[in-house]
Design a protein around this ligand. Structure first.
Ligand code: H2U
Ligand code: ZN
Length: 347
């Protein structure tokens, strides 16, 4: 009898149409590979050498104001530039290029160098949500912008260049690959069922319960059935809201709470500052999209401890991503963790 807990199988990601190989029997294999360094835990509240701390000079030459909540500035080393001239390059059928104008910004979450989302007050995280709402609303309405990707790279392991809590916004003229796949899948599902794919998915998961990590009035935190990364998670809006700009006050509070819950559980898992890439997927620019359902993806690289990471190599680069620990087992571990950060515990 085929058993998801025992037998190798593949699972479909309905948002992208891609498959992931799950090998639950493989968690017993020995590990003699690379061991990652645990990053130092103690950071000062203010670092005179940090280019994101209040009042400091940035690498680009400009100076940060003495900000007290959040700070948003144009990326000094932007990958996309607004004044890029339009144009295409074509050499036969096979060589194609297009100019890609756009905007890149940096969002500092807090003036405190040492506090990440997990350790910030809920009200302070809510102010970060408000900053994202403002940025998204402004950029999505701007002529020439096709999509607004809000994201955070956290930790040196994820290529983050600075421990000061911050994220980025890249807003290109077209819809990038990942949201484009989700756009097509959500559109097709909505046309077939008259409901958003993720509204139905959240309902299924709430009924089954085994992949639920946390729930509040507006959001569900879960490990998706098709998760690729060992402790991958999603925050899914319980209402089919298409973007940050359409959220109620309550939903903004609840998004902040859900993000704090994920980040705290992650840090508590191995009692380290847990690295990840996270970001929101939401409606692109242009026409109303009733099929778009706001959600966040969290992609953390760690596997079995603070020092053992998962590598996407071999079969995964050449064929299909693979995972050992099941999403159900990962959800169970994340679910049982405390929502009090390990560095803030009194005992
Ligand atoms: P990470 O979050 O991946 O570390 O990136 C930080 C961004 O901050 C990066 O895109 C920008 C870099 O270009 N940056 C500035 O805009 N000004 C600076 O003074 C340093 C870094
Ligand atoms: Zn998505």
């Amino acid at each position: 009898m085929f058993d998801l807990k025992e037998h190798p199988h593949r699972r479909l990601n309905p948002l992208t149409g891609e498959w992931v190989l799950v090998s639950p029997h493989r968690t017993k294999r020995p590990w003699q590979g690379q061991v990652e360094k645990v990053p130092p835990v103690e950071r000062p509240a203010y670092d005179p050498g940090c280019y994101l701390c209040p009042g400091n000079a940035r690498a680009g030459g400009l100076r940060n104001p003495q900000y007290e909540t959040t700070l948003v500035f144009a990326n000094d080393f932007a990958a996309l530039l607004p004044d890029t001239p339009a144009g295409t390059f074509e050499h036969g059928e096979l060589l194609r290029a297009e100019a890609q104008p756009g905007v890149c910004r940096v969002v500092c979450f807090s003036p405190r160098h040492d506090l990440a989302i997990a350790e910030m007050e809920a009200a302070a995280v809510r102010r970060v949500v408000d900053a994202w709402v403002d940025e998204y609303s402004e950029l999505i309405a701007r002529p020439g912008i096709g999509y607004v990707q809000i994201f955070e790279n956290r930790g040196a392991m994820m290529g983050c260049s600075n421990p000061h809590p911050h994220g980025q916004i890249w807003a290109p003229s077209t819809i990038p690959n990942e949201p484009a796949k989700e756009h097509a899948a959500q559109k097709a599902y909505f046309e077939a069922h008259g409901r958003t794919l993720l509204a139905d998915y959240a309902d299924v998961e709430l009924k089954l319960g085994e992949r639920i990590v946390a729930v509040n009035a507006s959001f569900v935190v879960l490990t998706p059935f098709w998760a690729v990364w060992p402790f991958e998670a999603m925050i899914v809006a319980r209402r089919p809201v298409s973007g940050l700009d359409r959220m109620t006050e309550r939903e903004r509070d609840d998004l902040a709470a859900a993000m704090k819950s994920v980040a705290t559980r992650y840090d508590n898992l191995f009692e380290v500052s847990f690295p990840y890439t996270m970001g929101f997927h939401q409606r692109p620019a242009g026409a109303e999209c009733p099929f778009w359902h706001f959600h966040a993806h969290y992609y953390p690289p760690l596997l079995r401890s603070a020092t053992v990471r998962k590598f996407m190599v071999g079969y995964e680069m050449l064929a299909t991503p693979q995972r050992d620990i099941t999403p159900e087992a990962a959800a169970a571990r994340l679910r049982e963790l405390s929502e009090v950060h390990y560095r803030q515990r009194q005992d």
